[in-house]
Design a protein around this ligand. Sequence first.
Ligand code: SF4
Length: 293
Amino acid sequence: MSESIQFKTTQPHMLKTNKEYASQTLMGGLSGFESPIGLDRRDRIRALKSGDIGFVHSWDINTSVDGPGTRMTVFMSGCPLRCQYCQNPDTWKMRDGKPVYFDAMVKKIERYKELFKATGGGITFSGGESMMQPAFVSRVFRATKEMGVHTCLDTSGFLGANYTDEQLDDIDLCLLDVKSGDEATYKKVTGGILQPTIDFGRRLADHNVKIWVRFVLVPGLTDSEENVENVARICESFGDAVEHVDVLGFHQLGRPKWHELRIPYPLEDAKGPSAKLRQRVVKQFEDHGLTVY
Ligand code: SF4
C-alpha cells in the first residue's frame, strides 16, 4: 500500500462483534480479511486507482465451478450491465461491497497456494464485474502469478478496454460471457453494447489466453436460431483460444434477490430451456466446430 495513505482498520475481534460478520462462515463471506474503514471519498478513489484496496462482495472456495481444480473465487462489487437474468443484483453497486486491502487478499491466496497447485486450481475474479476495479484485480493477478498459481477472470468483457496488454499477460484463463450475438438483442438482455466483448475476446486470443465461453440460454430472450448462430460465429472468430462453450440453462435461483432488493424483475415468469431446445442450441454450436458442455 502506498505510504501516503493511512486507513483506520478494524481489528479481527471488532469484526467478530459485527452481526453480519458473525453470520459469515469461515469458508467464505468476507471472513479473514482486514477491512479498512473510515475512508473519505478522496482516499477511496486514490486507493481504488492504485489497487491498494478493492471492493469485494464475498469469496468462496469451490471445485471445478469457476475454472479448473480447487479455486478461490472472489466476487467483486460493481457492474455496469443490468442483465435481465442476473443472479447477483446485490453485486451491482460497488459501494455495497467491503473494502479489502491488497495485502490481505494476497495473504489469503498464499494460505491456499499449495492446495491450488496440487489440484491445478487457483484464483478466479468474478462479480459483479471485476473489470470495474482493474488496478486491484491486475495487481492481485500479478502477485498470484509470482506464486506460480493459476489465474482466471470471469467477465462479460464489456470493460475490456480497462485492461492493458501487459495486464492480459497475467491471465491464464478467461470465462467470457457472450450474452447475445447482435447489438439489438445484447442491448435488450444487458442494457449494454456487444462490440467491447468481441474486441476483448480477440485481444485474449492474440495474447494466448484460453477462453471458456459462457452463454445463458433463456427461452424467449436469447434462444432464437439467429441469435445463437451469431454467438457461435463470434466464438469461432476467437479461433483455437476457445476451449469450450458452456450453454447455461436459465433458472430462477436469483429471483429472491430481486424481490429482496425491490427491483422489478423482468423474468418473473420465465422458464428454463427444455431438453429439446438445449439440444438444438448445442448442435448449432457444434456445427461451428465448437466443443460444448
Ligand atoms: S454482467 Fe453479471 S453481475 Fe452484471 S448484471 Fe450481468 S449477470 Fe449480473
